[in-house]
Every structure is written in structure tokens, then in C-alpha cells.
Design a protein around this ligand. Structure first.
Ligand code: HEC
Ligand code: HEC
Ligand code: HEC
Ligand code: HEC
Ligand code: HEC
Ligand code: HEC
Ligand code: HEC
Ligand code: HEC
Length: 622
């Protein structure tokens, strides 16, 4: 509290109160080899809230928000550092641990002569990103607190190290180890981060209020608030003084736009003016909870490009900027950018839906779920179900089956499955879109975004869906090609889609609801082909889905391999599938699923689809 008060003085919030001590000689402190925690601008840090808000602190403490960025220590690192040796393109990285400290021995990253082999050096690992799905590591550099990325990530579920390029949706020839912590990740993975990077030298003296996403990221600066409620400030004069300065914000009391903006500052695609970037460098972003995002940023959507000169310039200079974040019809296609989808939803535009309609940052004390269960997706109690929609659309509860045309207890009657289908991608999985939309074929035909019905009915064609959308919902009849009428859409996307569509199809083939609706005895044929995909992530997801099918649970597979080896994996999977089917010749071609008006065999059609695979570069900014 004393320290916080000191900073208030420093920032001129108490004019007239001079520091007590006269200035002494300058203190020379060694330059830290990692970004440091330094309170400023009226922020007090989460420790200062704990005593008065024990429950809020405990729930936050259990969240992945808290552990998003951490200084690694023996307790929080789950990655294997016991003399792990990692290799990539002829180089090696040797990891080690001494007590609470972690190190990597590597080719000297500062070595300038590319031709000669670099000397080996040992660097301390000084920062860690993530804790839910994976842990990424950053080692010290010779540029102050600038840190550099270890080009490998540790996946927690698989308990394995992989090259970082192999777990990101990037073309096979992408360079490894990209991503700049001090000026990029810091934006959304810390609380009030200040990059302080010298662009000429790369030297940095980076500061944050707190590593991870802490109380004040969502509640605003809290030093005056914490001070206000100290027992010694209970007399009326003090109270009046502090209450004027209490900047604490409760997003639960904001209108839905400002509430959503609190989350959108990190869960959104936004752009900053040069002036804002300059301010951010030393002081952090200007945005504070309670404000509208548009006060200090441009919220990026495809349909505002023409109205905004800065965005237009960016898109002209880097056309991939939009494609790596949005489907061509404007819907977000990557995880972590839910805000841009939410604000395009009718329920937000014409109603009051916000993130807090379904998510809860501090579950109630009576909540029966263990905190670690809540922490996965941080949903409000029961908001993983139709209740999320029925809280505002109650009438659909009474006419459920009339509306859905599925049995009431069918997965085909769940609102989420038709209105928030899994059309976004990230972290090696498909995730629900956060833009409420209704199943239709137009976005599939115009933008390639899979249709909700076909993400569950994997064995059905677009022609089949067309028929039911017309007869059940009065949708407009679409003109379709022979292949669109005769081939299950999941198969078309898996074989001739782009890498994003192939990943989506591969993920759906492992989704229990889709397996229930579409069976499990044919996907092995398609997934075995995807084990030979040029994109590492497509192979990874295909193998994981394959392992959920009967007969493949113990299928061994290494997705980071040479084309030769993966060809072998693919062959082995195909043989396993054939042998399961008994009559290999009949089942080989999936003729039960493919019905086209031509003499071509189903096998010929599968080959044709594969030969037409879209090899446009897909690089998603997950
Ligand atoms: C000395 C005790 C104390 C400390 C320290 C303290 N608070 Fe509070 N806080 C309170 C009290 C008391 C209230 C209830 C005020 C009321 O109901 O009007 C409160 C209310 C709140 C609210 C709800 C405000 C609203 O309008 O609904 C938030 C959010 C909050 N505090 C966050 C924080 C954060 C973040 C910190 C740490 C930076 C913090 N508090 C530190 C005592 C404290
Ligand atoms: C615009 C804000 C933003 C920026 C910039 C950003 N991230 Fe993230 N990141 C997020 C959000 C939001 C999530 C949560 C996504 C989810 O869970 O669906 C996330 C999740 C992650 C995760 C998964 C964590 C886990 O525990 O599973 C990793 C790893 C990650 N980010 C790495 C990075 C790296 C490395 C950088 C910098 C190169 C970066 N991010 C930059 C917003 C951002
Ligand atoms: C990721 C955003 C986020 C973080 C981080 C966060 N909160 Fe909250 N907090 C909220 C939201 C949103 C609400 C409104 C009610 C809700 O959703 O639970 C809230 C409500 C509160 C309230 C009002 C009482 C209540 O429970 O409704 C207090 C007090 C509070 N938070 C304190 C804290 C403290 C202290 C921390 C850190 C230890 C913290 N919060 C971290 C988002 C956050
Ligand atoms: C300062 C940036 C920031 C703010 C503000 C923020 N988040 Fe996050 N959020 C992240 C990052 C980064 C992650 C990834 C953490 C992880 O999963 O390891 C994340 C993860 C999540 C997750 C997924 C947790 C999981 O791993 O399953 C949910 C849900 C979420 N945030 C919702 C919200 C909501 C709702 C708000 C607003 C009340 C909010 N966040 C505010 C940055 C932020
Ligand atoms: C109508 C309900 C609803 C609303 C509104 C909503 N979410 Fe979600 N959110 C969900 C559900 C359900 C999931 C679980 C998705 C899944 O299992 O794929 C989820 C998952 C997430 C995740 C984790 C994604 C992952 O990687 O698995 C994040 C992050 C998230 N939401 C953030 C937000 C933010 C930020 C907002 C507001 C901009 C928001 N959500 C609004 C229902 C909602
Ligand atoms: C906070 C309240 C709220 C929540 C939660 C909510 N909605 Fe809505 N929704 C609305 C409002 C209000 C409208 C606008 C109604 C109108 O224009 O007649 C709307 C509109 C819609 C529309 C479009 C109607 C049209 O005519 O274009 C669909 C579809 C929809 N909601 C589905 C859902 C689904 C599915 C969920 C759950 C995933 C959901 N909503 C959650 C309030 C909500
Ligand atoms: C999340 C999964 C899921 C989604 C999404 C879904 N369904 Fe279904 N559907 C099922 C299941 C499971 C059945 C089996 C019968 C039952 O449970 O009602 C089924 C049965 C059917 C049937 C009757 C049986 C058949 O195979 O002919 C039709 C027709 C159908 N669905 C059409 C659709 C259409 C059209 C959509 C999109 C508007 C859709 N479904 C969305 C899961 C789904
Ligand atoms: C099998 C898929 C499917 C399921 C499940 C489903 N819907 Fe729909 N819904 C549709 C389709 C298709 C439309 C578009 C119809 C139209 O344009 O008239 C639609 C339209 C809507 C609309 C806007 C049109 C209107 O009639 O007002 C709302 C609101 C809505 N659904 C809410 C829900 C809710 C709430 C649930 C869960 C209880 C739900 N839906 C479950 C397919 C589904």
C-alpha cells in the first residue's frame, strides 16, 4: 500500500505532497535479463486485493488467466527439462534444470557469421507462456530484458516437445521460432505491459504491472480503491478523499458493450494508431475497463476496411492480415478473438448479450464444480447447455422439436451445435464460433465456411442439407454441382479443401457428437490420407481423431517426420482400415457414401478430390 501511494505521488495524483527524502546519488542497478514487475499508473497488484476479496482472489488464482505468463520455477514448469535434447534442421537445444532455474544450451543466437558454425552458449530460460494446453519458453539475450523464443513448445496433454512451427497453422516452409514477446505477446498476456524497446538496437527494459491477466486488467487500476477501504481511512474526511479517486470498475455492472470491451481488449482483433503505440511503449495501452474500445483502437472487421484509412493501408501492404483472422464472409476463424464475433451477433446488436451472459470470472461459492473444472472455458454454471440461449429465447424451449426437427435429447437439438458451430480454429482444435448465426449454405458456397449440419452429419452431402434447409426452414434452394450433391461435404473438405478446412474436417471426425450421427466405420479411410498431409497440424489432428476410432486406439504415429516416413504411416493406417472391413474391395472406395450421376467409381472420385486439393497458403493468427 505504501509503495502504491508512492506511485500515486510519482504520477502527480497528489500535487503538493512532496517526497520526504532529498534526492541522493543515482542508484545503479544491474540490467535485468527479463521483463520486470513494476507498479505504476495507480495499479496496486493482485496481492493487495487478497485480504479483502479472498473468494475473488481464490477463483482468479485457479484460472488460466493468472498463469498465462510466469517466471518459470520448479513448481510451475510442467515441461520436461531433465536433460532433454531437442533437434531441428541440424541444430540442437539442450535443456537443463538446476533447482528453480532453467537453462538451454544452444548455438549462440548472436553469432553473426552465418557460414561458420556458431559457438555453443548457455542461456537462462527467463519467462514462460501458457499453462493450459502448452508451455512456451523464452530465454535471455544480450539486449537487456528482450527475450527470445525457444523454437519448441511443450504440449501438456501429449506430454511432449514439438517444434513450434509444427503446432501452428503455418505452411510447411515457415521459419521456426518467430514471435516477439516484448512487443507482441505482452499486449494480451500481461497486465499493463510496457515494451520499452529501442527499435534501433533491439535493447529493451520491459516492464509489466503483473505477469498474467490479473485483477486490474478487468477492474482497472486499484491502488486508490485499496487505499480507500483501509481501516485507517474510515473517518469521513479520508473516505471522501479516497472515494473520489476510486477507479475500480465492476464489468458485471457495465452495459453489455462496455462489459464486452473489457474482454475484447485482449480477446479481439484491434489496431492502434501511431500515437497510441507511442503512448503504449512507455505507459501501456490507454484503454481502461469501463471505456469503449473504439476510444483508443480500431476494432477490425472486414466490412470496415473501406471506412478506415489506417486499416486500408495495412490491408494493402499485408493482404494476408485479414485472411489469417477471418473467413472471407467476415466471420472470425481463429480462437482468442471472440469479441469481433460477439459484436456481430444479432443478440449483441439488438439485445444485451455480452461475454458475461455465458462466462463467469468468479464462480459463486455455492458452485458445485471444482475450480479446475470451471477454469476450462470459465463458463457460468449450466451455460454450456441450451440455457445459455433460453435465458433470452425462452419460447424456443417450449417449441424445441418443432424448431430443431430432432428429438429433444438429440445432439441435433442443442442450440450451440447449429448456432455456434466449431468453425474457429486454434491450439490444435476446432472451437465454437462466437458469432451467432443460423445454418445456411450460402456461407459454405461463397466463403468455404463449413455448414453446421455437415459438421455433425459428416456422411451427408451439401445436397442433402440443402433439401432439409428448404423443407424445414424455408431456406432458398441452392444450385449445386454433381459433386456437391453426391459427396459428403466433410470428405470434400478433407481432401480438396485448404489446410484450414482440412483441419476442421479432421477434427470433426473425432468429435463424439459427429461420430454418433455419422458412424465410425468409414472415417479411417479419409483420415489415413490426411496422415500424409503437407501441413503438420493437419496430420496431428488427423492422427488424434483416428485414435478415437475403433481398432485405432493404439495406432502409433509421429506427426513431425519426413514425407517418406509419413507416407508409411498413412499406408499402415489404410491397411488397418481395410483389414477391419473384411471385404476390402467393397469398402475401400466408400461407395455407400458417394452417389454421383456418372460412371466414375467412388475411388476415382476420391482421387480426383485429392488431386484438386487447395494448396493456397494458410497461416492463421491463432
Ligand atoms: C481494504 C479492503 C479492500 C481492498 C484492499 C480492496 N478492496 Fe475491493 N472492495 C472493498 C469493499 C469494502 C468493497 C465493497 C464496496 C461496495 O460495496 O460499495 C469492494 C468492492 C470491490 C469491487 C466491486 C465494485 C462494484 O462497484 O461492484 C471490485 C471489482 C473490487 N472491489 C476490486 C478490488 C481489487 C481489484 C482490489 C485490489 C487492487 C481491491 N478490490 C482491493 C474492499 C477492498
Ligand atoms: C491480441 C491478443 C493476443 C496476442 C497479441 C497474443 N495472444 Fe496468445 N492468446 C490470446 C488469447 C485471448 C488466448 C486464449 C485463447 C483460447 O484459450 O481460446 C491466447 C492463448 C495463447 C496460448 C495458449 C495458452 C495455453 O495455456 O493453452 C499460447 C501458447 C499463446 N497464446 C501464445 C502467444 C504468443 C507466443 C504470443 C506472442 C507471439 C501471443 N500469444 C500473442 C491473446 C493474444
Ligand atoms: C478476466 C477478468 C477478471 C479478472 C482477472 C478478475 N476479475 Fe473480478 N470480476 C470480473 C467480472 C467480469 C466480474 C463481474 C461478475 C462475474 O462475472 O463474476 C467481477 C467481479 C468482481 C468483484 C465483485 C463481486 C463479485 O464477485 O461479483 C470483485 C470484488 C472482484 N471481481 C475482485 C477481483 C479480484 C480481487 C481479482 C484478482 C485477484 C479479480 N477480480 C480478477 C472479471 C475479472
Ligand atoms: C489482459 C488480457 C485479457 C483480458 C482482459 C481477458 N482475457 Fe481471457 N484470456 C486471455 C489470455 C491470454 C488467455 C489464455 C489463457 C490460457 O488459456 O492459458 C485467456 C483465456 C480465456 C478463456 C479460456 C480459458 C481456458 O483456458 O479454457 C476464457 C473463457 C476467457 N479468457 C474469457 C475472458 C472473459 C470473459 C474476459 C472478460 C471478462 C477476459 N477473458 C478478459 C487474455 C485476457
Ligand atoms: C452464448 C454463450 C457465450 C457467449 C456470449 C460467449 N461465450 Fe465464450 N464460450 C462459450 C462456450 C459454450 C464455450 C466452449 C466452447 C467449446 O467447447 O468449444 C466458450 C469458450 C470460450 C473460450 C475458450 C475457447 C477454447 O479455446 O476452447 C474463450 C477464450 C471464450 N469463450 C471467450 C469469450 C469471450 C471473450 C466472449 C465475449 C466476447 C465470449 N466468450 C462470449 C459460450 C459463450
Ligand atoms: C442476452 C440475451 C440473449 C442471449 C443470451 C442470446 N440471444 Fe439471441 N437474440 C437476442 C435478441 C434480443 C435478439 C434480437 C431479436 C430480434 O431482433 O427480434 C436475438 C437474435 C437472435 C437470432 C437472430 C434472429 C433474427 O431474426 O435474425 C438468432 C438466430 C439467435 N438470437 C439465436 C441465439 C442463440 C442460439 C443463442 C445461444 C447460443 C442466443 N441467441 C443467445 C438475445 C439473446
Ligand atoms: C451435433 C450434431 C447434429 C447437428 C448439428 C445436426 N444434426 Fe441432424 N441428426 C443428429 C443425430 C444424432 C440424428 C439422429 C436422430 C436424432 O437423434 O434425432 C440426426 C438426424 C437427422 C435427420 C434424420 C435422420 C437422417 O439421417 O436422415 C435429418 C434429416 C437431420 N438430422 C438433418 C439435419 C440438418 C438439416 C441439420 C442442420 C440444420 C442437422 N441435422 C444438424 C445430429 C445432428
Ligand atoms: C438443427 C439445427 C438447429 C438447432 C439445434 C437450433 N436451431 Fe435455431 N435455427 C436453425 C435454423 C436453420 C434457423 C434459420 C431459420 C430461418 O432463417 O428462418 C434458426 C433460427 C433461429 C432463430 C431466429 C429465427 C426465429 O425464428 O426467430 C432463433 C432465435 C433460434 N434459431 C434460436 C434457437 C435456440 C434458442 C435453439 C436451442 C433451443 C436453437 N435455435 C436450436 C437451426 C437450429
Amino acid at each position: 500500500v505504501v509503495a502504491a501511494a508512492g506511485f500515486l505521488i510519482y504520477f502527480g495524483l497528489f500535487p503538493g505532497e512532496a517526497p520526504e527524502k532529498p534526492p541522493g546519488p543515482p542508484v545503479v542497478t544491474p540490467i535485468p535479463n527479463r521483463p520486470v514487475v513494476k507498479l505504476t499508473s495507480g495499479y496496486a497488484g493482485s496481492d493487495s486485493c487478497r485480504d479483502c476479496h479472498a473468494h475473488n482472489h481464490a477463483t482468479w488464482h485457479a484460472s488460466y488467466h493468472r498463469t498465462m505468463t510466469q517466471v518459470p520455477n520448479a513448481e510451475n514448469v510442467v515441461a520436461d527439462f531433465q536433460s532433454a535434447r531437442l533437434e531441428l534442421e541440424g541444430h540442437s537445444w539442450v535443456l537443463s534444470q538446476k533447482g528453480n532455474d532453467f537453462f538451454v544450451e544452444l548455438d549462440d543466437p548472436d553469432w553473426q557469421l552465418a557460414a561458420a558454425s556458431a559457438p555453443r552458449v548457455t542461456k537462462q530460460i527467463v519467462l514462460m507462456t501458457g499453462s493450459h494446453h502448452e508451455q512456451d519458453f523464452w530465454y535471455e539475450t544480450s539486449r537487456g530484458s528482450a527475450v527470445q523464443r525457444l523454437p519448441f513448445v511443450y504440449r501438456i496433454e501429449e506430454k511432449a516437445w514439438y517444434p513450434d512451427i509444427s503446432v501452428l497453422m503455418t505452411p510447411p516452409d515457415s521459419p521456426a521460432g518467430f514471435g516477439d514477446w516484448n512487443s507482441v505477446c505482452i499486449q494480451c498476456h500481461t497486465t499493463l505491459g510496457r515494451p520499452r524497446v529501442n527499435l534501433q538496437t533491439g535493447f529493451a527494459t520491459t516492464e509489466v504491472v503483473e505477469f498474467g491477466i490479473s485483477c486490474e486488467a478487468c477492474h482497472g487500476p486499484g491502488a486508490s480503491h485499496a487505499e480507500r477501504y483501509q481501516p485507517e481511512n474510515r473517518n469521513s474526511q479520508q473516505l471522501a478523499k479516497w472515494s473520489n479517486q476510486d477507479q475500480i470498475v465492476n464489468p458485471g455492472k457495465l452495459d453489455h458493450r462496455r462489459s464486452a470491451a473489457t474482454c475484447g481488449q485482449c480477446h479481439g482483433v484491434t489496431l492502434f494508431s501511431e500515437d497510441e503505440i507511442e503512448h503504449w511503449e512507455d505507459h501501456g495501452f490507454r484503454f481502461r475497463p469501463g471505456q469503449d474500445l473504439s476510444e483508443s483502437r480500431i476494432v477490425v472487421q472486414r466490412d470496415v476496411v473501406d471506412q478506415n484509412a489506417m486499416l486500408r493501408q495495412l490491408v494493402e501492404a499485408a493482404p494476408e492480415f485479414l485472411d489469417s483472422r477471418f473467413w472471407s464472409d467476415g466471420m472470425v476463424r481463429v480462437v482468442g478473438r471472440e469479441y469481433n464475433g460477439l459484436i456481430k451477433s444479432p443478440c449483441f446488436e439488438h439485445g444485451e448479450m455480452s461475454c458475461l451472459s455465458c462466462h463467469d470470472m468468479h464462480p459463486d461459492e455455492g458452485d458445485p464444480r471444482p475450480l479446475h473444472e470451471w477454469a476450462n472455458d470459465q463458463l457460468k454454471l449450466d451455460m454450456g447447455s441450451d440455457t445459455a440461449c433460453l435465458q433470452c429465447h425462452a419460447e424456443f424451449g417450449q417449441q424445441l422439436t418443432e424448431h430443431t426437427h430432432h428429438a429433444a435429447d438429440s445432439s441435433g437439438s442443442r442450440c450451440y451445435n447449429c448456432h455456434m458451430p466449431h468453425t474457429t480454429y486454434g491450439l490444435l482444435k476446432a472451437v465454437r464460433s462466437h458469432q451467432i448465426d443460423s445454418p445456411n449454405l450460402t456461407s459454405r458456397l461463397a466463403a468455404g465456411r463449413p455448414t453446421a449440419c455437415n459438421l455433425c452429419h459428416l456422411d451427408k452431402s451439401l445436397g442433402w442439407t440443402n433439401e432439409y434447409l428448404v423443407s424445414w426452414y424455408g431456406a432458398e434452394q441452392q444450385q449445386l454441382t454433381d459433386l456437391q450433391n453426391g459427396v459428403p461435404d466433410s470428405i470434400s473438405l478433407a481432401l480438396s479443401g485448404d489446410a484450414g478446412q482440412r483441419a476442421s474436417a479432421a477434427w470433426s471426425m473425432g468429435w463424439p457428437a459427429a461420430q454418433q450421427a455419422s458412424g465410425t466405420d468409414w472415417q479411417g479411410r479419409i483420415l489415413s490420407t490426411l496422415l500424409n498431409d503437407p501441413y503438420d497440424v493437419v496430420r496431428f489432428i488427423a492422427a488424434r481423431s483416428l485414435q478415437t476410432l475403433p481398432g485405432f486406439r493404439d495406432f502409433e504415429y509421429d506427426f513431425v517426420t519426413s514425407p517418406d516416413v509419413r507416407g508409411g504411416h498413412s499406408q499402415r493406417a489404410r491397411e488397418t482400415w481395410n483389414s477391419q472391413r473384411g471385404d476390402a474391395n467393397r469398402s475401400m472406395d466408400l461407395s455407400e457414401l458417394i452417389h454421383v450421376n456418372s460412371q466414375r467409381s467412388a475411388t476415382a472420385i476420391l482421387n480426383e478430390l485429392l488431386n484438386h486439393r487447395s494448396d493456397r497458403r494458410i497461416e492463421l493468427a491463432e
